[in-house]
Design a protein around this ligand. Sequence first.
Ligand code: NAD
Length: 505
Amino acid sequence: MNAITFDRSRAKFPVVEVATSHINGVTLSAGNGGERLPVFSPASEDVIAHLKEADKAEVDAAVRAAREAFDKGPWPRMSTDERKRIMLQIKQKLIEHGDEIAYLETLNAGLTNTYVRGFHVNRMGQNFEFFAEVASQASGDAYLQTKPYLSVVTREPIGVGALIGPWNAPIALCSMKIASCIAFGNTCVLKPSEFTPLSLLRVVEIINSTDIPKGVVNLVNGRGQVTGDALISHPGVDVVSFTGGTTTGRAIASKAGQNLKPVALELGGKSANIIANSANLERALDGALLGIYSNNGQQCLAGSRILVQSKIADEFIAKFIERSKRIVVGDPMDPKTQIGPVCYEGHMKRVLSYVDVAKSEGGELLTGGKRYAGQPKGYYIEPTAVIAKSNTTRVCQEEIFGPFATFLKFDEIDEAISIANASDFGLVGYIWSEHLPTVMKVSQSVRAGTIWVNTPLTRELRAPFGGYKDSGIGRDSAQDCLMFFTEAKTTTIPLQDFPMAKWGA
Ligand code: NAD
């Protein structure tokens, strides 16, 4: 097998040499100087571009552009129907550029092109349409109980949003942040992960090629400690929306707390995927494989702790191993590939390090556990599964965030529920069973923000999504985003004159 290589002159779509910031409708020129970081292709290990890091002054310029667009610009003042028209225009343009955006996402993040083109690009477009609809249907409240007053509650945009995203699904996750923020009349500054700047820079350029006023959507590129920190510390920011790791989330929440800024945190997970004796085995098997291996295993909502009931455990695990061995690993641009490389070298090493962790804790490696040998270069990992000795082990408690499944066996459903809940995380839970009382017991007892019954990874945009415990604060949904990205204002008007004390008369 020949190594995959990146050749800029033969790239399917243009790839910038230096990814800079995009402020007030303009992508900054790279110029000279500044901190520059290499941007890699995880499929080939080639340096495919550089990132010019936004320093404090550049972040300040981005926040000032967003502030100006919010305080004086037309976006918060325009009719909701006009904003909706522009949001739909954004959707259309993003879909028109879908092949290009998907190419950049695959090149930089290593996600398979089939998955990104078929799913994430459409989700990105849908996010703009969905939140345009939500904003256009939003309404306020009126209170007439206290006579003779009418009190009207309206929701007003909150201001400038600092939006910070991770590398595991850049366009799907960050488009949700942008759309839910701007739909209600806010403006924003997005900071993508320093590992994956390419697709989102193009997305923001395309957004700014529509009728959207300049300064509504800005982007700064750089590392979290530098660019991200400058952004969340900026006094011109009114609200912080963050998706990423739990440790980073804690740091961001404390900083936002000091500045009294509302913060929404979507963090990690170690979700239990419970397979009961009463499950439809074939469907549970399909679901368990998708639940842990799709998106190259890098998803917060992965079913990464697979709990199987004793009667079916041996058969289920044997079939899981057999299927894992047949999964197609390889070039993420190849339509046949099911698992591409993980995002960067340090992450690959971290994921693989859990094989030794599992063994040292008395666990057994069931399949995989190595760098995939079918590609001479790139950060490919064999689909990996271990069986752990107990739920207290690190492989059951820590988010590994790669194509790495951890199995445990259980006897009674109550035991599975206890195991599911013995975790610092609480993002999602899965239950596979054809027995309604079992389904209901699990769905009512597992402490997680979403429970999937006999289905993997189904996001209903209208319904809340978010985590219990260390998996986050706040929810995404039509109603939750409306509440988060707007301020409530009560206006009280007397409907007739009323007696007033005449002080000093
Ligand atoms: P990360 O926390 O390392 O980084 C996320 C973002 O925060 C990046 O843009 C980073 O540059 C920035 N950042 C880091 N330190 C910062 C600081 N001090 N100030 C401001 N910004 C800072 O996470 P990651 O490794 O990019 O992403 C993987 C994590 O994201 C996993 O834990 C995963 O579970 C989580 N995630 C959660 C969800 C969800 O919806 N719950 C979705 C996707 C990913």
